[in-house]
Design a protein around this ligand. Structure first.
Ligand SMILES: Cc1cc2nc3c(=O)[nH]c(=O)nc-3n(C[C@H](O)[C@H](O)[C@H](O)COP(=O)(O)OP(=O)(O)OC[C@H]3O[C@@H](n4cnc5c(N)ncnc54)[C@H](O)[C@@H]3O)c2cc1C
Ligand code: SF4
Length: 455
């Protein structure tokens, strides 16, 4: 797929891949063997009829392709861009054994972009009103999926979102150059056209509790609040000015548009020598954001080796092409500041890998005496996130596991509290967009059964 040149794109927030033309999409779709037992579908967490939608593209019926996609996903433009296809559907594509697998994700993106920009949009049919009211807490991919499914089944749905914008991580976390925000908004607009109500700036657990939602007449509640609580290193100097959690750094840039300063007056530290700690997708997004905010050098510092880096291969590749440096087998031991309390350097230690730990990855072990200092004026800590305890601490009867995540039945999404379902990152811990959507779909089916048959 054509992309913006690395040197050019590293300084702008426009989307990196430029998308397929109809001709290229049809050519790529023509490679699909239309397998009778398509293994790609087995690799898709929501079982999209992959050969089916690809066949429509091959035949030039792009509207038919999107209708096929919509049978299983309400966010195809998002999934086509951010799903880890290389470890899901594409990993199992039969062509991948000898050659390149069919570019399922790129074709999904093509069909949804074509529909949004060129096709006629027909709202799906809704079932007759049931008179039941559902509250969806959180507007990430999981909450949006529940809302979409239940509104189509005839229920009255209200989405409560703590931020001033809907979309969850799709809006506040994943940067514009990977997922344009207008695309997420377009998907939310469809939900609103279908009749879902959206209430922003509503922090459930504070503005209203879950029990107050029931008292206000809601018959069922879905909790899809994600796992957005930052995890820190707990090393000396971590509270110096110029040290952000990835969550705050990306939220300031994406949701609050610091990258369009001074048009938007969100303050953010514009570092010259930026260090990002961690090596997942969130770390790659932070590093590439720092470049676009004007950094002269950006370093990823990671305590394990390249083989253990959790980010998608494509994200690592894009980051390196843009000039992000990888400093592997390295870990910070403390941050050093100036007399104004601003970070100026980071003391690090070199690591080596031992036996695998509980995560299955080889355990990093510090090499004594290998300490050295790295200069930096901006550090972004991107080593993971956890569950925010606000809802669980204000709702009687919701049970959590020892890490603080809500316990829900994976087959239904039911929690231990009657009338309350949960899914997405708040149940599984940080995962993926498509898994959060899959959990939403499972819960929506179970909630519909409860609202029409009983618990
Ligand atoms: C920077 C970043 C990059 C990522 N990149 C990828 C990727 O490339 N591919 C991929 O598949 N996955 C990626 N992920 C992971 C993916 O985005 C998440 O797994 C997914 O968004 C989880 O969906 P969710 O609906 O459970 O929660 P979220 O998307 O976190 O949405 C939860 C929503 O609930 C709201 N909320 C929280 N508390 C309350 C409350 N008390 N009251 C009301 N609202 C509340 C939040 O503001 C938020 O809008 C990335 C994550 C991050 C952070
Ligand atoms: S496995 Fe590959 S070739 Fe076969 S149907 Fe799926 S995408 Fe097409």
């Amino acid at each position: 797929m054509p992309e913006q040149e690395p040197k050019v794109r590293a300084r702008n927030f426009d989307e990196v891949p430029l998308g397929y033309s109809p001709e290229t999409a049809q050519l790529e779709a023509g490679r699909c063997l239309q397998c009778k037992k398509p293994s790609c579908v087995e690799g898709c967490p929501v079982q999209i009829d992959i050969p089916g939608f690809i066949r429509h593209i091959k035949e030039g019926d792009f509207s038919g392709a999107i209708m096929k996609l919509w049978e299983k996903t309400s966010l195809p433009a998002v999934c086509g861009r951010v799903c880890p296809q290389e470890s899901q559907c594409e990993a199992l594509c039969i062509l991948g054994k000898k050659d390149e697998p069919v570019a399922v994700g790129r074709l999904e993106r093509f069909a949804s972009d074509w529909q949004r920009t060129k096709g006629e949009f027909k709202l799906p049919e809704k079932a007759a009103p049931t008179g039941k009211k559902v509250a969806v807490v959180g507007s990430g991919p999981s909450g949006l999926t529940v809302a979409g499914d239940l509104v189509l089944k005839g229920h009255q749905v209200t989405i409560f979102e703590a931020f001033h914008k809907t979309g969850g991580v799709l809006i506040y976390g994943i940067p514009e150059f990977r997922l344009p925000k207008a695309i997420v908004q377009a998907e939310v607009d469809i939900l609103e056209k279908l009749g879902a109500e959206v209430v922003c700036n509503a922090v459930i657990g504070r503005t209203l509790t879950v029990d107050e939602l029931f008292a206000d007449g809601f018959d069922a509640v879905y909790v899809g609040v994600g796992a957005g609580l930052p995890v820190f290193m707990n090393v000396p100097g971590e509270n110096l000015i110029g040290i952000y959690s990835a969550n705050e750094y990306l939220t300031r840039s994406n949701l609050m548009k610091a990258y369009r300063f001074p048009e938007y007056d969100t303050p953010i530290v514009f570092g010259k020598n930026v260090v990002v700690l961690g090596a997942g997708n969130v770390a790659m997004d932070s590093a590439r954001t720092a470049l676009r905010l004007g950094a002269e050098s950006v370093k990823i510092v990671y305590r394990r080796s390249r083989d253990e880096m959790p980010a998608r291969g494509e994200e690592i590749h894009h980051a390196e092409e843009e000039g992000v440096e990888m400093h592997l087998l390295t870990n910070p031991t403390r941050f050093l500041g100036d007399d104004q309390g601003r970070v100026v350097a980071m003391e690090c230690i070199k690591m080596e890998l031992g036996e695998p730990d509980a995560s299955g990855r080889r355990r990093p072990i510090p090499i004594q005496g290998s300490e050295f200092t790295m200069e930096t004026d901006l550090v972004v800590i991107s080593i993971g996130a956890g569950p925010n305890p606000l809802i669980t601490s204000t709702t009687k009867g919701l049970q959590t596991n020892k890490r603080g995540y809500i316990m829900a039945d994976p087959k239904t999404g039911k929690t231990y509290k009657k009338g309350v379902w949960a899914g997405g990152d708040i149940v599984t811990g940080s995962a993926t967009v498509i898994l959060a959507m899959g959990a939403g779909r499972i819960a929506a089916n179970s909630m519909h059964e409860y609202l029409t048959v009983g618990w």
